[in-house]
Design a protein around this ligand. Structure first.
Ligand code: HDD
Length: 703
């Protein structure tokens, strides 16, 4: 059946010409006049304020079809939220190929350099419900839909290159364990509870993933600063049927960046939509985030000699062994018109691949290929969810699927089957059609895993030794935090028993942090741990940070009397770098600067703790600083910026405020920078490129 997406974008009703919205609704006349409100049937409405009554004080009559329709529709507004990844945020953009892979694949999207295809990306947390907060310690979903000329290709990945489990049959158990406990209905959006750690500690295959989710990867500063991974090994296949294995990566041009845990906890209170707002602000202000598509390509001979099974989703292939070749760019440049229509209704399915791309026998991927289609049918109410504009291909599509709930594309005419004698309708095409890779498959039907799947610790260890010192400390602290929330000591010990196979120091420090009386015996590994895997720099966040302070946010505390020249110099330096400045003041109405000019503030201090910024500047006047000395939120502003290892710029008049925030003369370090009277503030912005002054953490973390 023909693609009907290009429906007329204007429609005339009752002499008014309307512009169709993204979902075909007509909310605005073409000439911008206010249209008449109608019922869903298009009947004009005369009164939308009062229901129809028998007398002004009498009962409402059942006959009021407008009232009934309006309330009936409202009652049906919600659809089931996603069982995982319920909380998400999406944006439109495009993918452009910069380096052809035509040698490896017939896929047009990976062959034609310069070709741009529309893209939709949905980022998400995994465990939290739809209304939970953005900075849960959690994996982030990174789901990409590319509307290619050969159909939709969904790469449904995460910001972590490995997964908790090896076989899809364990997915319901894993998800049940991490989500709120069934009897009490909490905790939401967090893994810090007995059920999760009970399951994890009884499932050694989770160990590698646990290292990643206890790292700062699980508390990203922004969706813009995360990597994406296809996780599984896929295949690229040429027209001649030659297959090459591939792992997909998305590398952010903005560099990697995370927050620290104490900051995440506070951001969740200050702005539960922190990541949503960040993406919205960036894209609507023209600061488009961009990722490079990277591929690791390898063949059977590499797969055979690799220490791990390439079908095991708990393992990665270090970039030092198979380098990542960057072949394209993904740019997000447009927010949705309507959150529900697009972000909520978008249906990603791992089964959506295009000619030239194929699956492997990864048992996790094979199970996913069933689950996504099944879940969309439940969530979106029937088999026609592909008719929803966000899910429909943008290339021509023709098939004889018909009927079902909400069918929008039924065949026209008599023909709804093939072959037929009527000469109508589409037929298969062996030349352009999808041909699966002709893999030879042989073996007993059995419920077993590949032998190498049993190595659960070697890559977990490699991940840990690849981290910088502050990152290792954060991992240790995260284990201690999470396990301290478990009520059952046996679960805490069981996790430490696994960590003993990862790194002795880590295990000992976690045990110490938990106050364990004795170190448990190491969990017996099913295969010997390979302790010789070398450190790999791409696994660290801090080794892959940005080279500039662009796209980051500076919170500047101002008061009446703030030095106008200094503020101008700071703004100029920030503009030159691409840094966003937000002014924080005692009142959102703004402040009168030293030159007598009044400027508005972005935030009132009580609603803008320093956790919302990447670095802060204290620019009060003497009187302004005196006023803030007794304001608790101003004190917290300073104390938190210090505790979170942020760069703090200050003027002399702010010294007392620093002291009030706990930063005495003896606490000044390389991250606390006097601004002086300098007209050029670029030295401060340049210092901020490091994002945090990590050595300070030795002083601020004592337990
Ligand atoms: Fe999944 C959603 C990523 C394993 C079953 N998954 C979902 C989303 C992402 C991932 C990003 C959100 C899509 C969106 O934004 O709408 N899932 C992964 C990754 C996995 C993984 C990277 C391992 C490599 N998932 C996985 C398994 C199963 C599922 C093993 C089941 C056997 N996932 C689902 C699901 C969801 C889902 C139940 C919930 C909502 C949805 O699909 O659309 O089908």
């Amino acid at each position: 059946m023909a693609n009907d997406l290009e429906a007329a974008d204007r429609v005339t009703i009752n002499d008014q010409t309307f512009q169709r919205g993204p979902q075909g609704a007509t909310h605005q006349t073409a000439r911008g006049e206010t249209p008449t409100l109608t019922t869903q049937q298009g009947v004009p409405v005369s009164d939308d304020q009062n229901s129809l009554k028998a007398g002004p004080r009498g009962p409402v009559v059942l006959e009021d079809f407008h009232l009934r329709e309006k309330i009936f529709h409202f009652d049906h507004e919600r659809i089931p939220e996603r069982v995982v990844h319920a909380r998400g945020y999406g944006a439109h953009g495009f993918f452009e190929l910069t380096d052809s892979l035509s040698e490896y694949t017939r896929a047009s999207v990976l062959s034609k350099v310069g070709q741009r295809v529309p893209a939709f990306v949905r980022f998400s947390t995994v465990a939290g419900n739809k209304g939970s907060f953005d900075l849960a310690r959690d994996v982030r979903g990174f789901a990409v839909k590319l509307y290619t000329e050969e159909g939709n290709w969904d790469l449904v990945g995460n910001n972590i290159p490995v997964f908790f489990i090896q076989d899809a049959i364990k997915f319901p158990d894993m998800v049940h364990a991490v989500k709120q406990e069934p009897d009490r209905g909490f905790p939401q959006a967090q893994s810090a509870h007995d059920n999760f750690w009970d399951f994890a500690s009884l499932s050694p295959e989770t160990t590698h993933m646990l290292m990643w989710v206890m790292s700062d990867r699980a508390i990203p500063r922004s969706f813009r600063f995360i990597e994406g991974f296809g996780v599984h090994t896929f295949r690229l296949v040429t027209a001649e049927g030659k297959s090459t294995y591939v792992k997909f990566h998305w590398k952010p041009k903005q560099g990697l960046q995370s927050v620290v845990w104490n900051e995440a906890v506070k951001i969740n209170g200050a702005d539960p939509d922190f990541h949503r707002r960040d993406l919205w602000d960036a894209i609507t202000s023209g600061n488009y985030p961009e990722w490079e598509l990277g591929v690791q390509l390898f063949d059977d001979s590499f797969a055979d000699k690799f220490d791990f099974d390439i079908l095991d989703a708990t393992k990665l292939i270090p970039e030092e062994i198979v380098p990542v070749r960057r072949v394209g760019r993904l740019v997000l440049d447009r927010m949705v018109d309507n959150f529900f229509a697009e972000t909520e209704q978008v249906a990603f399915c791992t089964q959506n691949i295009v000619p030239g791309i194929d699956f492997t026998n990864d048992p996790l991927l094979q199970g996913r290929n069933f689950s996504y289609l099944d879940t969309q049918t439940k969530r979106l109410g029937g088999p026609n969810f592909t008719h929803i504009p966000i899910n429909a291909p943008k290339c021509p599509f023709h098939n004889f699927q018909q009927d079902g709930h909400m069918a929008m594309h039924n065949p026209k005419g008599r023909v709804n089957y093939e072959p037929n004698s009527w000469g109508g309708g589409p037929r298969e095409n062996p030349k352009t059609g999808y041909v699966p890779f002709a893999e030879e498959v042989r073996g007993p039907k059995t419920r077993e895993r590949g032998e190498l799947f049993a190595d659960h610790y070697s890559q977990a260890r490699q991940f840990y030794i690849s981290q910088t010192k502050p990152e290792q400390m954060h991992i240790k602290n995260a284990f201690v935090f999470e396990l301290s929330k478990c009520e059952h000591p046996v679960i805490r010990s069981r996790v430490v028993a696994h960590l003993l196979n990862v790194d002795q120091d880590l295990a000992q420090n976690v045990a110490k942090g938990l106050g364990l009386d004795a170190l448990p015996e190491a969990a017996p590994p099913a295969r010997p741990v390979v302790s010789t895997l070398p450190a790999s720099d791409p696994l660290s966040i801090l080794k892959n940070g940005p080279t500039s302070f662009a796209g980051r946010k500076l919170g500047v505390l101002v008061t009446d009397g703030t030095d106008a020249a200094l503020l101008d110099a700071l703004k100029a330096a920030a503009d030159a770098e691409g840094t966003i400045i937000e002014l924080v003041a005692p009142s959102v109405g703004g402040v009168v600067l030293s030159d007598g000019n009044k400027i508005p503030a972005g935030q009132k201090i009580v609603g803008a703790p320093s956790v919302l910024y990447d670095a802060v500047v204290l620019l009060p006047s003497k009187d302004g600083a005196d006023l803030l000395l007794n304001e608790a939120t101003a004190r917290d502003f300073v104390a938190d910026a210090f505790a979170h290892a942020k760069f703090i710029g200050y003027v002399d008049d702010a010294t007392a405020l620093l002291e009030r925030g706990g930063i005495g003369a003896g606490d000044h370090d390389g991250g606390i920078l006097p601004l002086g009277k300098a007209a050029d503030m670029s030295h401060f912005i340049t210092a901020c490129r490091a994002l945090r002054f990590w050595p300070r953490e030795d002083k601020t973390h004592t337990v």
